[in-house]
Design a binder for this molecule. Structure first.
Ligand code: FE2
Ligand code: FE2
Length: 180
């Protein structure tokens, strides 16, 4: 890790990233909540995997909440948009069946992992150790979600169309969150 321990001069970028990621985790929690509700009826074999993902997302949310609390940062104005949007995304893709669920996961987590990589570079440059550490702590989980989603949906006809819609929706919410 090349982040220095020098005093943080400008916490604004780190605060903004923490807020967006915190809201994004609330979105992810709601995606998996909706998918679990649908999978309970249509594909119960996916439940252990989805519950594990949900547990990870809850831990990620708590990680960001803790750092935000320590810095006195309020949650993002996009928080409820992420939650409602996430639930709608999880429900609609869940109704397409197991490939829809996993294509949604693949697309969301591909956008997320690429976004996290950019954030880590920016936070490194800003010497924001606390925010960098929080973002870095969730990266391996998100990469695992991405790999699982891709492996379980890439041969489906739904992979491209669901991926197209979901990645644009996810990118738009992140874009909006960074400006709210
Ligand atoms: Fe997460
Ligand atoms: Fe995730």
């Amino acid at each position: 890790m090349s982040v220095t321990t020098a005093a943080l001069r400008d916490p604004a970028l780190g605060n903004r990233i923490l807020k967006v990621d915190h809201a994004g985790e609330f979105g992810a929690i709601n995606i998996y909540r909706a998918q679990i509700a649908v999978a309970t009826v249509f594909c119960r074999d996916l439940l252990p995997q989805l519950r594990e993902f949900l547990a990870h997302e809850r831990r990620h949310l708590a990680t960001f909440r803790e750092v935000m609390r320590a810095r006195g940062v309020a949650r993002c104005r996009s928080y409820w948009l992420c939650g409602i949007g996430g639930f709608a995304l999880g429900l609609s893709t869940g109704l397409l069946g197991r490939s829809g669920i996993m294509a949604c996961t693949a697309a969301v987590e591909t956008v997320v992992t690429s976004h996290l990589a950019h954030q880590l570079v920016a936070l490194d440059a800003a010497s924001d150790t606390a925010a960098w550490t929080a973002v870095n702590s969730i990266l391996a989980d998100e990469q695992e979600h991405q790999a699982t989603g891709i492996a379980l949906s890439r041969h489906s006809v739904l992979y491209q169309p669901v991926g197209w819609v979901v990645s644009r929706a996810t990118s738009s919410v992140i874009w909006l969150g960074m400006r709210l």
